[in-house]
Write a protein that binds this ligand. Structure first.
Ligand code: NI
Length: 195
């Protein structure tokens, strides 16, 4: 091998490795294209934005839109919450059968009071959920959601997290999910189909 072709081979190997890592990365969207329903969701115990302890049972009988995020997220979370709010407005009266919830992955800062202010910006039906770090971790595990603290440019921290919106049925079972590219129209259409 010449020096030049050796460098080229290394560059090709590096690119291949980068693709392999990207494919395996935990924050990559879940591949749920398989025909069998994935094992997503389940029991949780958290505290809502009014300070009330809530569990999965409090939502039984309602369709749920479940999103994990945090209130100081600069971009991704507000976009998702806005899409959810618009989709619910689109549904009109049927929206009463849907409970959208934002489960914080930043319970340290997202207290019930902080969540109360935040959800009020988006939709009256939106429920903010927080809890102890352990309670949040258990809920995230049930929904196969990844999150981790990362340093911010301001010397503070932000949360890296999966940006997946789950639609769960009245029986608590997974129906489908939406990714960041899905807007209010797609969410509203899927809800109409499911309701
Ligand atoms: Ni976010």
């Amino acid at each position: 091998m010449t020096m030049r072709s050796a460098w080229l081979a290394m560059a090709v190997a590096a690119v291949a490795l980068a693709f392999a890592v990207a494919r395996l990365a935990p924050w990559r969207d879940l591949d749920v294209s398989a025909t069998s329903a994935p094992d997503i969701g389940g029991a949780f115990e958290l505290v809502d934005h009014t300070g009330r302890v809530v569990t999965q049972a409090d939502f039984a009988g309602d369709f749920m839109l479940v999103y994990f995020g945090f209130t100081s997220c600069p971009d991704i979370c507000p976009t998702a919450m806005q899409a959810v709010a618009e989709a619910l407005d689109d549904l009109g009266g049927d929206a009463t059968r849907v409970r959208p919830v934002l489960i914080t992955v930043d319970p340290e800062r997202d207290t019930p009071a902080v969540l109360a202010d935040y959800v009020a910006n988006f939709h009256p039906r939106l429920v903010g959920l927080t809890g102890t770090p352990e309670q949040v971790a258990a809920a995230a595990r049930a929904y196969k959601v990844y999150y981790a603290k990362a340093p911010s440019e301001e010397g503070d921290y932000v949360m890296d997290h999966s940006a997946i919106l789950y639609l769960m049925g009245p029986d608590g079972r997974y129906i489908r999910h939406f990714t960041h590219g899905d807007g209010a129209d797609e969410i509203a259409a899927a809800l109409r189909e499911a309701l």
